[in-house]
Every structure is written in C-alpha cells, then in structure tokens.
Design a protein around this ligand. Structure first.
Ligand code: CTP
Ligand code: MG
Length: 233
C-alpha cells in the first residue's frame, strides 16, 4: 500500500506543562537515564522503519527544544501547540498539510510515552490501515469501582469490554483533522484522537498494546520508565 511504502508521519504532541509532575521544567525535558524524556520517545519512533518523519508539537513558550532537524535519519519538523492536547494535535496535523495527503494515514503518539515497542507500532499500522483507523489499547485487568463523593464505593463496574486507550493512534490525516475541528466547534473536549473519530460515527479498531506503554504522568513514573527502557531493545 502506498501509504506504508512511503512511510507514515507521526505527530508527537509535546506542548504540555506536566503539571502533575510538578517540576518547573516540563516533564518532556526531564531526564531518564541522562537523556530528556522527549528524546527517548522521538528516538524510538524514528527507529521504526514504517515512520517517515516526525512532527513535534511544542508549546509557544518552549525554550528547551534542542532544534533537532533529524533523528536516526528521519526528518523532524515542529509546530506550535495550543491550550489542550487536542489543540496541539490539530496544529501538528495542519502543519503536515502539503507533506501528507488527506487520504494518507498519520500516527499520533504522546511525547510522554517513551516506552513504545516497535512490534506494537507495526501491529497498529498493519491492522489499523486495514480497519480504516485504530488505536493501541490495553484491556482493563483490575476490578473497577465507582466512587461516591465520600470516597466510598458506590458501585462495582463491569470490567468486561473495557479498554484503556494508549497511543499511537492511526487515522487518515484529512478525516482526523475534520473530526478534531468538528469536536472543537461543538465544544466537545476530546482526550484522544479516537474519541474525535467516534463523534463522527467511526468505530476505530482496538489493537492490543503492551501494558508497559505507560504515560509518564507523576514523578514516580520516571523510575518505572527508566526500568522499562533499560529492558527494551
Ligand atoms: N500535550 C500537548 N499540548 C497540551 C497538553 C498536552 O501537546 N496543551 C501533550 C503532552 O506534552 C503529552 C501528551 O500531550 O506529551 C499527553 O498529555 P499529558 O500526559 O496530560 O501531559 P501534560 O498535559 O504535560 O501533563 P499534565 O496534564 O500533568 O499537565
Ligand atoms: Mg495533560
């Protein structure tokens, strides 16, 4: 298929502040094993043979971006993000116009997920192109409780058929732009790309990804990410 022959571009939203880590330096620039988190993520994405280039979305006030133009031989472009993750992803996709046709598939992967397995990316691309759009996800394994306002259990929720949405997510560039624009116009806060596509009536395919595709969210996650990265190829 032409899309995979030419390779796919990946939008990498990296314009957040990392408020839950609570450091003055945004979490994507904090080190893991001596290297900024963001560079781990970009390096692992660029090393994948199906990825043609990376569109890194940075905060307008970002003074820490090292100005990279390529990594592992793959081009890196940058765009300026917005207030919410969805705004940043939309800005990155729009900046790809001219480079990526509307009908071509594009990946979106959180900068905050450095522990991404090449095999998961490969499976997502292979199954996702056939399905017309897909996301990596992991089935919920713990028993789910709904809390009341006192922090007591109000109910036990069924766990069957519940999945945690991960990234990368894979959609046709034009369809995803239209879906994110439509969600924005309707005032719907979408927290991932699939949610925007769902609002347009699409049914993205859930592709099971590795449990260790963690999103580095709190300071404790750095030690876990370092441990996981040391075990990866
Ligand atoms: N992100 C972004 N633009 C935003 C908000 C988030 O590009 N306006 C990016 C983050 O940089 C991160 C990814 O989206 O790579 C997932 O978001 P999250 O883990 O929530 O990161 P932050 O928003 O930075 O963290 P927090 O919510 O704790 O502030
Ligand atoms: Mg956030």
């Amino acid at each position: 298929m032409a899309t995979t022959d030419a390779g796919l571009w990946c939008v990498v939203p990296a314009a957040g502040r990392g408020a839950r880590v609570g450091s003055a330096v945004p979490k994507q620039y904090l080190p893991i094993a001596g290297k900024p988190l963001l560079l781990h993520t970009l390096g692992r994405l660029a090393a994948h043979p199906c990825i043609a280039g990376l569109m890194v979305v940075l905060a307008a006030e970002d003074a820490l971006w090292p100005g990279l133009h390529e990594i592992a031989g793959k081009p890196i472009l940058t765009a300026t993000g917005g207030a919410e993750r969805a705004d940043s992803v939309l800005a990155g996709l729009r900046a790809l116009r001219g480079k990526v046709e509307d009908s071509q598939f594009t990946l979106v992967h959180d900068a905050a997920r450095p522990c991404i397995h090449a095999a998961d990316i490969s499976r997502l691309i292979e199954q996702g192109i056939r399905a017309g759009g897909a996301l990596l996800a992991a089935p919920v394994r713990d028993t789910l409780k709904r809390a009341d306002t006192q922090g007591r259990v109000a109910a036990t929720e069924p766990r069957e058929a519940r999945w945690r949405a991960l990234t990368p997510q894979l959609f046709r560039c034009g369809e995803l732009i239209a879906a994110l624009e439509s969600a924005r116009a309707a005032g719907i806060a979408v927290t991932d790309e699939a949610m925007a596509m769902e609002h347009m009536g699409h049914k993205p395919l859930l592709v099971e990804g590795s449990e260790d595709t963690i999103k580095v969210t709190t300071s404790a996650d750095f030690a876990l990410a370092e441990f996981l990265l040391a075990r990866m190829d």
